[in-house]
Ligand binder design. Structure first.
Ligand code: KG4
Ligand code: ZN
Length: 350
């Protein structure tokens, strides 16, 4: 079957066409139009500007995806659209487009949670046809993005239980804020990762917040304040590239260590068979290595560790298409008349 995926939850206008046949998925088109350069000038995302840009782009991006996939809208079997969580003004653009197409061409429609997309993104491949439905349960996902930092336990496809989450900033958000503080630009994640490479992560003594607490929650705002304090105490950091790089490395290590530690502990407690890293921050090689190391060192070697391809870690619509496929298979579909965008759509809601 052919699935048209749409994603406009934040600052990427994305459309994809996914072909799913015999438990294999092939991305026929995965078009993403990022708005990064525009928002970079403001130091973060401006929702109204994002919504306007989505509105101007969405039709063209859908047409481009269909053209690239060589699939006509008539051949599409399912439209899968991100309904939330995200910015309500931007979500509405994708959801309205999906509703219109569903009504006009009498297509099945399903609304998916953005986080589900990130959870399943590792099953896809940009270049190859990928076998899907390979997750062994119980599975545990560490979801790290610009808006979320969560540990999610899964007993099956579509069955989610949030074990813990951040009590303040999301990890991607912390990277973006620290990058702004250090005048590094936006988005901060990839820049800080590059600065941290080969730098001294022990140069600054920064807090590993909540690393020892018995729950599975996280906290990142104190770390951001500690970075600010380090800069205020030594203004040279802003001009001395060596010091700045070491501060980036120290920040990155302090942000990731509690994530990896609780990921491992939860994996042990729940006897996870598959560990999944998902979300935009999952593109970070240091985080991938750290999580993998924690598994190899401390856990059953049979555990499978899954990460998305780098290009599929960030927001895209093929992951929304795949999540929609699982809902469709479970006969959990929507109607164009009732589907709605929700800024705070809970993961466990369906
Ligand atoms: O999942 P995503 O594309 O959008 C949301 O759903 O939020 O994640 C974007 C976030 C941004 O905060 C960005 O700075 C962060 O992911 N990010 C990274 C890296 N690449 C993107 N953080 C750390 N290291 C990276 N390499
Ligand atoms: Zn995302």
């Amino acid at each position: 079957m052919y699935i048209l995926g749409l994603e406009t939850s934040c600052d990427d206008t994305a459309a994809a066409v996914l072909e799913v046949k015999n438990n294999k998925a092939k991305i026929l088109a995965n078009v993403v139009l990022p708005q990064t350069d525009i928002h970079a000038g403001y130091g973060g995302i401006v929702p109204q500007i994002a919504a306007k840009m989505h509105s101007e782009a969405i039709t063209k991006i859908i047409a481009k995806a269909l053209e690239k996939a060589k699939v006509s809208i008539k051949e599409i079997d399912l439209i899968s659209v991100t309904c939330g969580p995200g910015l309500i003004v931007t979500l509405l653009v994708g959801v309205s487009a999906a509703k219109t197409l569903s009504f006009a061409f009498k297509k099945n429609i399903v609304g998916v949670n953005h986080l589900e997309g990130h959870i399943y993104a590792h099953e896809l491949s940009e270049k190859k046809t990928a076998r899907i439905k390979k997750i062994k349960f119980p599975a545990l996902c560490l979801l790290v993005s610009g808006g979320h930092t969560m540990l999610i336990l899964m007993e099956n496809y579509l069955k989610y239980k949030i074990l813990g989450e951040t009590r303040d900033d999301a990890v991607g958000e912390a990277f973006d804020k620290v990058a702004r503080l250090l005048n590094l630009g936006y988005p901060g994640g990839p820049i800080i990762e590059k600065m941290a490479e080969g730098s001294d992560c022990a140069k600054f003594d920064l807090p590993r917040a909540m690393i020892k607490t018995a729950d599975y929650d996280f906290s990142l705002s104190g770390l951001k304040t500690a970075v600010l304090r380090a800069v205020n105490e030594n203004k040279k950091i802003l001009t001395d590239q060596r010091l700045k790089k070491d501060l980036c490395a120290s920040f990155q290590a302090a942000a990731f260590e509690p994530l990896a530690a609780k990921f491992r502990r939860a994996a042990q407690e729940y006897g996870a068979k598959t560990l999944i890293l998902g979300g935009g921050v999952a593109a970070n090689q240091a985080l991938r290595r750290l999580c993998q190391k924690e598994i190899i060192k401390n856990l059953n070697k049979k555990i499978i560790f899954k990460v998305p391809e780098i290009s599929l870690a960030a927001d895209n619509a093929s992951m929304a298409a795949l999540a929609g496929y699982y809902h469709f298979k479970a006969k959990d579909v929507d109607k164009w008349q009732t589907i709605e965008a929700a800024a705070d759509l809970p993961l466990e809601s369906r």
